[in-house]
Unconditional design. Structure first.
Length: 155
């Protein structure tokens, strides 16, 4: 890390594990600034246990009262997409549409008992998750994305 220099990116990319996070759940990839003024970070609560079926995905800060989706796929990538960076590649599966709240958050309860998730999110499998959200006030492509989250599921 170095001193701040005008015109030089201050973004830092590294895997991060939060308090209480299992070692097989971590964030990766970068995010770009959205119209909320921040850089959307993906997070999870609950667990990576298939049997517990209590995984909740979230992203913040995102623009308020906008629609978005979480999606997952098998590969980590990092390529420009829309106003942001796409972090998930391979054949992707979309989760249902959600709407962000007035506190710059968007969340989704993952139900791994319903198709197609019941055949994908199984013990021993690793999937990469990301949040795509609408961002009309930002202009450009009018959408952006969060960082990525890697989850290795357990029993």
């Amino acid at each position: 890390l170095g001193m701040y220099e005008p015109g030089v990116s201050t973004a830092l990319t590294c895997p991060v594990e939060g308090p209480g996070t299992p070692p097989d759940v971590f964030t990766y990839c970068t995010s770009t600034q959205n119209s909320s003024g921040g850089f959307a970070q993906i997070y999870s609560s609950g667990s990576n246990s298939v049997n517990a079926n209590d995984l909740v995905l979230g992203a913040s800060p995102v623009p308020v009262n906008q629609f978005g989706i979480f999606y997952y796929g098998p590969n980590e990538i990092e390529i420009p997409f829309g106003n942001g960076v796409r972090c998930v590649g391979g054949g992707v599966t979309r989760l249902p549409v959600e709407q962000s709240d007035n506190f710059f958050n968007i969340t989704h309860d993952v139900d791994n008992t319903t198709a197609p998730h019941s055949s994908n999110l199984i013990a021993g499998s690793t999937w990469k998750f990301q949040c795509w959200f609408r961002d009309p006030p930002a202009g450009g492509s009018t959408f952006n994305l969060s960082t990525g989250l890697s989850v290795t599921f357990q029993n």
